[in-house]
Every structure is written in C-alpha cells, then in structure tokens.
Write a protein that binds this ligand. Structure first.
Ligand SMILES: Nc1ncnc2c1ncn2[C@@H]1O[C@H](COP(=O)(O)OP(=O)(O)OP(=O)(O)O)[C@@H](O)[C@H]1O
Length: 310
C-alpha cells in the first residue's frame, strides 16, 4: 500500500540455476515488525540483501521508506540500518571507537559523533564495556554493539538478520527488549529468525518462506488460528482405565498421534468436534477422563503445518 515502509511486489531472485526467491510479495506499515521465518536456504538473507540495496532482484520491485531499492538505492541506504550475523565491526578497537567511527563515516561532526555514541552505549547498557576491544566481548555484548552500530544513523527501517542466533535466553531477552523499544519509537523492523518464539514475541506480522516461496502470512494469532490441528491431553488416575481408553482412542482412528506418559494420552485432533466424539465414546464405555488439557497451537505448529507439507 502507498505509505508502507517496506513494499515488496513479486520479487524473484535467481543465482545461476538456483531460484532463491519466487514471486515474493509483502508489506510492512510504518512502525510495524515483520518476522520472516524459514529454514536454512529459504531465501531470508537474499530478501534482506535486496531490500538493503546489496543485491538487485531478478524480477519484481521493492521500495523501502518510499524509495525504489534499485533506482534509488543510495537514498534507501541512508534510511536503513542492518544488523545481523555478519555486521563488520573492527574487533581490535573498542565498542565506543567503533560507534564514533561509524557516526563520522555517516557525516557527523566529531562532537555529535561522540554524543550519539554516549547515548547509544547508555541505552544498550554498554557503558561498562565501552572502552574494551570488541574482540573481548561476550556473544550477547557483541550482538548489542552490532545493533547499536546499525542505529547510529537513526534509521527509519531496521533489518535484523537472525539478531539473536546462538545467544543464551537471558541475552536474547535483553535484545528483544531493545528491539521492542525501538519499535515503540516508530522504527519499522524486518526481522529474520529461526526461533519461532522470537517471531511470536516481536512481530505483528509473520511471513513464512519455504524454498523461496511465501507459504503463509498473517499475524501470529491469525496463523495459529489457521492451524486446524490441536493437541489435547487426556489424563487418567489408574493404569487400567488408561490402557482401555488408549485402545479405544486408537480404535476410533480419529487421532493422529498417541503419546503415553503418567497415564496421559496425548492426542492430536483436527477439530473440537473430534475431541467431543472421543470424550463421548470414552464416557459411554465407563472410561471417563480425570484430567483434560488443551494446547493452543504455537507458531511451531504453524511452521510445521506449512513447511513439512511441501
Ligand atoms: N551469492 C549466491 N550465489 C549462489 N547461490 C546463492 C547466493 N546467495 C544465496 N544463494 C542460494 O539461495 C538460496 C537462499 O539463500 P539465503 O541465504 O537467502 O537463505 P536463508 O533463508 O537466509 O538461509 P540461512 O538461514 O541459512 O541464512 C540458497 O539455496 C542459497 O544457497
């Protein structure tokens, strides 16, 4: 739509005989967060490279911050930040010196560069480590300084390519908080990740890529609602009733998986009606359950439903 921060229309990318992207379309409104999910080689980095002006699409068009990524690439570059797996920082100099250097390269005067750096270090909780060489940083600190480096120029649109890959849960949560704050300030974010929980926490829209195709898109809750299959666990207090119920459930053939632990029968049902039928049948045979748990589909279920069927 006009006014969107990122607009991708039927983008394809071919490398020799490899079709990395096929007819990919998506859009992100200002201040939105789009999570791009997909397996290794799905085409996520290729799309980020096209949107950040590093690669040209083979077919289709894309705009970022209102500018065409091919014909207006330098304007695009001035309005974006890119952080991720391969951001080049000088490992031998301190985090502070890296940020000052980037600000100077972007045209800031020395005083401004120093002030902006101080502000970012403070915000990212990095003041303690600011004057140590980047090579001495932990994985979490390294990711934070990468992210700080990507926003030195106060970008309108931020591309985060697997920003928390390999981080421990605590460092991941810290980074999520930082990204969340940036989005509250109106920065538009396109995030690639293999962590479904990350996409669920941060994104208001998710696009699922598989082998270069968009196979599903929508808000995390829309996508979860679209997964028909749900897990339920039927619990019993005695082995005898549990065993008889398990045989009955198998016989009904309505259920895809049966797992057994602690006299629980874990079933996958295609609809609430199937669950009703199972409970009714058990009740009729005096095999009534003692406990029932229903599990909401996760983004992982969404992912498996779309990706494993292709
Ligand atoms: N420069 C290139 N030359 C040839 N093939 C490439 C090039 N860049 C990417 N590809 C291929 O394009 C496809 C998509 O790769 P891409 O790196 O975009 O996937 P990805 O989803 O980012 O994967 P990962 O999660 O592993 O980073 C892969 O088959 C990859 O091998």
């Amino acid at each position: 739509m006009p006014g969107d921060s990122i607009e991708v229309s039927k983008v394809g990318k071919v490398f020799g005989s490899v079709r990395a992207l096929n007819d990919v379309s998506l859009s992100v409104s200002p201040g939105g967060v789009l999570g791009l999910l997909g397996h290794n080689g799905a085409g996520k980095s290729t799309l980020i490279n096209i949107l950040s002006g590093v690669l040209e699409p083979t077919t289709g068009t894309a705009t970022v911050a209102g500018f065409d990524v091919v014909s207006q690439a330098s304007r695009v570059r001035r309005r974006i930040g890119v952080a991720g797996q391969y951001v080049a920082l000088d490992e031998q100099i301190s985090g502070r010196d890296n940020l000052v250097l980037i600000a100077r390269l972007m045209g800031a005067r020395r005083k401004e560069a120093v002030a902006r750096t101080g502000e970012l270090l403070e915000r990212f909780g990095m003041t303690g480590a600011a004057d140590r060489a980047v090579r001495t940083y932990s994985g979490g600190m390294r990711r934070r300084i990468d992210l700080a480096a990507s926003i030195v120029g106060a970008p309108e649109v931020l591309f985060l390519d697997e920003p928390t890959a390999g981080l421990d849960p605590e460092s991941r949560a810290e980074l999520w908080a930082i990204v969340h704050r940036l989005t509250e300030e109106g920065v538009t974010v396109l995030l690639t990740t293999q962590y479904l929980e990350e996409a669920d926490r941060l994104s208001d829209q998710v696009v699922l890529l598989s082998r270069g195709h968009v196979v599903a898109s929508g808000s995390p809750s829309e996508l979860k609602r679209g997964v028909g299959r749900r897990k339920a666990s039927l619990g019993f207090n005695e082995r005898e009733r549990f065993s008889a119920a398990r045989d009955e459930v198998r016989r009904m053939g309505l259920v895809a998986d049966i797992g057994e632990a602690n006299f629980d029968i874990d079933i996958t049902i295609a609809s609430p009606r199937d669950l009703g039928a199972v409970l009714h049948a058990l009740e009729e045979r005096n095999l009534g359950i003692d406990r029932l748990r229903l599990f909401e589909p996760s983004l992982e279920d969404v992912y498996l439903a779309h990706v494993s069927t292709r």
